[in-house]
Ligand binder design. Structure first.
Ligand code: NAI
Ligand code: MG
Length: 352
């Protein structure tokens, strides 16, 4: 298979970790006889420094013309005092909006080798956690009508059937590739938009008879994630509920340096990035954990290129390197072998 990938390393540790993602991508190309070419584009602080805006047109165009985007992270203290339209984060919103990335996937996986990093009790996590949060990314209360006067303010949670249906179908399709269990999270006891959400799930369900569906109110879901997270496999939910629940789910898995994400458009095109930021405190010091980025590469292969065997191979390689006791500083515990960013990437590429 021949694919062209747009790299947007960004700021801070972004270039350090994207380099390791590319290393693993090259190893996949060699092992499975694919041809992956790449082009790098500026976004965030580096773009502000070179051309004065956070998202140059050439970057958005290059990303649109690619088969998939791998992003590091943007931002840092150097640009914190700029007005909001010139903040590096504007680049992220511009890329997401500009490419119609409505479906945000955030897998929260606790690797059994790292179970000491999990804040939950051993008997609750059993032999590990593996939850996929499917979050609607371009609708709901973050995009609804809003307003304020001096003593009153409001935001509106609005969803159309079409907006709900496209994200819910994604949830079903992902559930079909996993354990065939889908939990739809809403607040249908109170909210009209949630009642519509639930109606759409119930109608669409008949197209996926092999998937077992459950419904849960968001307040209960927040509680259940801590009480018994192993009951969840795929969770599909609206923009704000997904924002909150995916952050909660990521924390029960330990290190922020381990968690990848995908943001997908209707046609499967996607942008892939670690969930962490640019970590300016450790940038350029060979300290960053590249695993979140390497797992984001695996998601690109699985979701944009339908190369699930290759994606599985990356995930197995990560597991085997962890089994061998190699740890970057953020996941290091006594008795393990401490390695830097570049060595971790090389170990995973070699394990492939
Ligand atoms: P952060 O995620 O960059 O860092 C939080 C803490 O986690 C730091 O101590 C950092 O050293 C550590 N950390 C993060 N990633 C790591 C990795 N791969 N390996 C080891 N340790 C890691 O969040 P923070 O400090 O709130 O933000 C720093 C900058 O990043 C800000 O300018 C922020 O706006 C930006 N940011 C960008 C995001 C993006 O591009 N998607 C997301 C979140 C923040
Ligand atoms: Mg959030």
């Amino acid at each position: 298979m021949k694919k062209h990938i747009a790299l947007v390393p960004g700021d801070g540790i972004g270039p350090d970790i994207v380099r390791e993602g590319v290393k693993v991508l090259s190893a996949v190309a060699e092992k499975f006889s694919h041809e992956f070419t790449t082009s790098s584009y500026a976004a965030g602080g580096v773009a502000l420094d070179s051309v004065g805006i956070p998202l140059p047109e050439a970057t958005l165009d290059g990303c649109k013309q690619s088969d998939g985007v791998l992003l590091g992270a943007v931002g840092g203290p150097k640009w914190d005092t700029l007005p909001s339209h010139l903040r590096p984060e504007k680049a992220l919103l511009g890329l997401r909006g500009g490419m119609g990335l409505f479906c945000n996937l955030r897998p929260a996986i606790l690797y059994k080798q790292l179970s000491d990093a999990c804040p939950l009790k051993k008997e609750i996590i059993g032999d590990g956690l593996d939850i996929m949060v499917v979050r609607e990314l371009t609708g709901g209360i973050y995009f609804g009508e809003r307003g304020r006067t001096e003593d009153r303010a409001y935001d509106t949670m609005a969803y159309t059937v079409a907006e709900i249906e496209r994200i819910v179908r994604k949830g079903f399709e992902i559930a079909q590739k996993r354990s065939r269990r889908l939990c739809s999270v809403d607040k249908a006891n109170i909210l009209n938009s949630s009642q519509l959400w639930r109606e759409v799930v119930q109608r669409v369900q008949s197209d996926y008879p092999d998937v077992e569906v459950s419904h849960m109110y968001v307040d209960n879901a927040a509680m259940q994630l801590v009480r018994n997270p192993r009951q969840f496999d795929v969770v599909v939910t609206s923009n704000m509920f997904g924002d909150i629940l995916s952050d909660e789910a990521s924390q029960i898995t330990g290190s922020i340096g381990m968690l990848p994400s995908a943001s997908l458009a209707e046609d499967g095109f996607g942008m892939y990035e670690p969930i962490h930021g640019s970590a300016p405190d450790i940038a350029g010091k060979d300290l960053a954990n590249p695993i979140a980025t390497i797992l984001s590469v695996a998601m690109m292969l699985r979701y944009s290129f339908s190369l699930s065997e290759e994606a599985d191979a990356i995930e197995r390689a990560v597991n085997s390197v962890l089994d061998d006791g190699y740890r970057t500083a953020d996941i290091y515990t006594d008795g393990m072998k401490k390695v830097g960013t570049s060595e971790m990437g090389s170990l995973i590429a070699r394990a492939l």
